[in-house]
Structure formats: C-alpha cells, structure tokens
Design a protein around this ligand. Structure first.
Ligand SMILES: Cc1cc2nc3c(=O)[nH]c(=O)nc-3n(C[C@H](O)[C@H](O)[C@H](O)COP(=O)(O)OP(=O)(O)OC[C@H]3O[C@@H](n4cnc5c(N)ncnc54)[C@H](O)[C@@H]3O)c2cc1C
Length: 402
C-alpha cells in the first residue's frame, strides 16, 4: 500500500481518516473489474462506468459528493473528502476515479446554486448512484476561453430553448442529466456576464448526445448537440446571467480534486517503480542499488509529498475558511498534475521497454495523466491566474503601496 502517513497531517479529522479507509477497503475488495479483453471496447467502457457509479453508490461512497440534507455525509460538500476519495480511487483505477469525480462535478452546480426543489430532484439520486451526472461547459470554440460560449438559450413562453454544440463532455451519452451552460444575453462589454446554467435531462427533446470522442485513456466522452432543446423555467440554476459565477464556483471546489487524482496516479507509479527497481537485476545487482535510481526515487517521492501538501492545503482552506480559494486550488492542480506527469514518466523510464507496452500499469498511467494538465484549467491558464493573484496581493500590500 502507498504511503499513508499524510493522513496524520492536521488538515484531517477522524471522519476523514475513516472515510479514506472505507474507500481504500472498497478499492481493494469491492471495485468491479473490467475484463482486459473489453478495455479497447468503448461500449464496454460506457457500461463499466455505469456499473462503477452504481457500485460506488451502493457502498455509500458517493455520499461525499452531496450535502447531508440530500443524502450526503457532511453538511456541505467537503473538498478534503473528495480529494481523499479521488486520490485513493485513482491509485486503484482511473475509471473508478472518473466515475466518482463526475458525480461530484456534474452535481456541484446544483449543490451550490440550486433551489430546494432542484436539489431534491437531483442530489439524492446522485448520492445513491441512481442517476449519472455531467457538466457541459466546453464548446468547439470555447475551451480555455469560457466567455466565448456560443450556445444560446432564448425564452419560449415561460420556458427556455437551447441551441448549440457542447463538446469534450465527460459522461456524454451516458449521463442522465447535464448541467449545460448557455448564453442568455448578447455578449456585452463583459462577455462572461451573459451566461446561464440549466439542468437538462438526457431524454430532453432536441438533445442529441450520441457522438462519442475516443481519447488516449478511453472513458465516456462525447459531443452534445442541442437544437431548440426545450428546458423548463424551473431548471434554470440561479438567475439569468449567473452562469459564469456558477462555473467558476464549481471549478473552485473541484480544481484541487483534479490535483488529488494526479496525486493518486503518481503514488501508484511510485509503487510500481519501487517494486520494479527492487526486482529488476542488471549488471549483477538490482536496479534499486544504483545511486542514479535512488536519486530519481528521491525526487519522485519529494514531488509526491509537495503535491499532497498543496492539494490538502487547498482542500482544507476551502472547507474551513469558506471563501474562494482560486489561488490555492490553481497551485494544487498545476503542481500536482505537472509533477505527476514527471513521476509517471520516470516510472516508465525505469521499466525500460516494458514501460511502453500497452496495458502495463505505468503505460496506462502515462496515458491517464495527460488530459489532467488540459481540463478544468490548462496549466498555462493556471499559471496566469496564480501570477495575477500575486500581482493583486502586491498591489494591496500597504507597505509596498506606501
Ligand atoms: C479528457 C477530457 C475530459 C473533459 N471533460 C470535460 C467536461 O466534462 N466538461 C466540459 O465542459 N469540458 C471538458 N473538457 C474540456 C476541457 O475543459 C477543455 O479541453 C479545456 O478547457 C481546454 O480547451 P480546448 O481543448 O478548447 O483548448 P484551447 O482552449 O484551444 O487551448 C489549447 C491550449 O492553449 C494553451 N493556452 C490556453 N490559454 C492560454 C494562454 N492564455 N496563454 C498561452 N497558452 C494558452 C493551453 O496549453 C491549452 O491546452 C474535457 C477535456 C478533456 C481532454
């Protein structure tokens, strides 16, 4: 088992430790498995993620994704619990982490900004695994630049009609509902002002979610086509124009958890690298006996601990200080995903030729980590946010101002 000493850090309470142990236990003995022969079969991957969501729900682990009043485990969604689950699941299975994460990401806009009726209609089913959630923000010409969203929502009597294309949507074609972001007023001086968010059921007339996207680490991912898709007035989240705030509030909660998933991948790569270095013999001794190997393992180990510190600092700050943690969450995601990429690459290198054989764990991790540096804020975007926050802090510093 990977290093667990971090659970003794002051960021956690006993409830966190018990939850981490429950997830660990489930990953070891309750996690349904996908047959190796089905890994390249996208239909099987879709079915498998559905199975994972139900199994996570049955085990009570999805309760961390929603507030207690709607079947959750804590009064408010607790970022440390989300991070602990994602780290532990990612160490065992990228798809189990994905299944868990999307229930949280897809329902967070409702937990944070929904009406009582909206919460009741969605959240208990998310927590039990009965309904699968998705978050539909990106478009062909609006990825990093969220304010460029072109999907429109126009009023139709008391309801809304949505038209446009959403792409890169995780759980696209599998989800039971999507939180869709659309433009409800023209791009004014501040383009982000005119966005709104809607809960759209998968069976809504005018929604086509049949187009799939095949990526290097396959998971349910697709394009949504909305053509005059009618959405009831009571499915609007917040007020018209709140969409950008809802998207950013959700990402503020979830960015650290992407760092946690990266941390789980990195820990698994570290475990694999150590086992390989100890067992692989060359030049009359074990690979682990060479100082170059020891130095590399030292660097990997330090990168993992530094990532864990940033991830759990950001999660703790969100849970306990309650304000926005844009800077801390950006640092956590940026550092943990970039370092995990390096740790996994080093593990692949230690495996030699075996490291690039399709299906070997480090090769799978190498494919799985890559997209985490792109979604929920590409690394370049996060650097700009962190730099911007540093400049803002400096201009607010009374000593420097004086
Ligand atoms: C596997 C996967 C799952 C996803 N799941 C979802 C989902 O569930 N829901 C959803 O809404 N979206 C999802 N996305 C979409 C994701 O959020 C976008 O891919 C991401 O925002 C980047 O947008 P883009 O792909 O259009 O790249 P672009 O916006 O075209 O950016 C391309 C690159 O430009 C660089 N860049 C960006 N800004 C700057 C800058 N200011 N200066 C310099 N360089 C810059 C970055 O390196 C970036 O990777 C997913 C993507 C992937 C790959």
């Amino acid at each position: 088992m990977s290093d667990q000493t971090f659970l003794g850090w002051p960021f956690f309470d006993d409830g966190h430790r018990a939850y981490a142990a429950a997830v660990e236990q489930w990953a070891a003995s309750g996690l349904p498995l996908l047959a190796e022969s089905e890994e390249g079969d996208l239909d099987a991957v879709y079915r498998y993620v559905g199975t994972l969501v139900r199994a996570l729900g049955d085990a009570g682990l999805l309760r961390a994704c929603v507030p207690a009043a709607y079947g959750g485990s804590r009064d408010e969604v607790d970022v440390r619990s989300l991070c602990l689950a994602r780290e532990t699941l990612a160490r065992a299975s990228g798809l189990a982490d994905f299944a868990f994460a999307m229930q949280g990401l897809g329902s967070a806009p409702v937990s944070l900004f929904g009406t009582e009726a909206q919460k009741q209609s969605v959240l208990p089913a998310v927590a039990s695994g009965a309904r699968i959630a998705a978050f539909a923000l990106s478009e062909p010409d609006a990825g990093s630049d969220v304010a460029a969203i072109a999907t429109t929502a126009v009023r139709d009597g008391g309801d809304w009609r949505l038209t446009g294309i959403k792409t890169w949507i995780s759980n696209g074609g599998l989800a039971d509902f999507y939180v869709v972001f659309a433009r409800t007023s023209d791009r004014e001086e501040k383009p982000s002002k005119g966005l709104s968010a809607f809960i759209v059921d998968a069976d809504a007339r005018g929604l086509d979610a049949s187009e799939r996207i095949v990526v290097s680490a396959p998971h349910p991912l697709g394009t949504l086509r909305l053509s005059d898709c009618r959405v009831r007035a009571d499915r609007l989240l917040g007020a018209p124009g709140d969409g950008f705030r809802i998207a950013m509030g959700t990402l503020d909660l979830f960015r650290s958890t992407v760092g946690a998933a990266a941390l789980g991948f990195a820990r698994r790569a570290m475990d694999e690298a150590i086992a390989r270095a100890q067992s692989r013999r060359m030049f009359g001794r074990a690979l682990a006996e060479f100082q170059l190997t020891q130095a590399k393992l030292g660097e990997m180990s330090m990168a993992i601990d530094a990532s864990a510190l940033l991830v759990y600092r950001a999660a703790w700050a969100k849970d306990t200080l309650r304000g926005r943690v844009t800077r801390e969450a950006s640092m956590a995601k940026l550092f943990a995903t970039e370092s995990a990429q390096q740790v996994i690459d080093a593990a692949v290198q230690m495996f030699g030729g075996l490291g690039v054989v399709h299906g070997v764990t480090v090769e799978r991790l190498y494919r799985e980590i890559r997209s985490l540096r792109i979604y929920e804020g590409a690394s370049e975007v996060l650097k700009l946010i962190i730099g911007d926050k540093a400049l803002e802090a400096a201009s607010n510093d009374p000593v420097r101002r004086g």
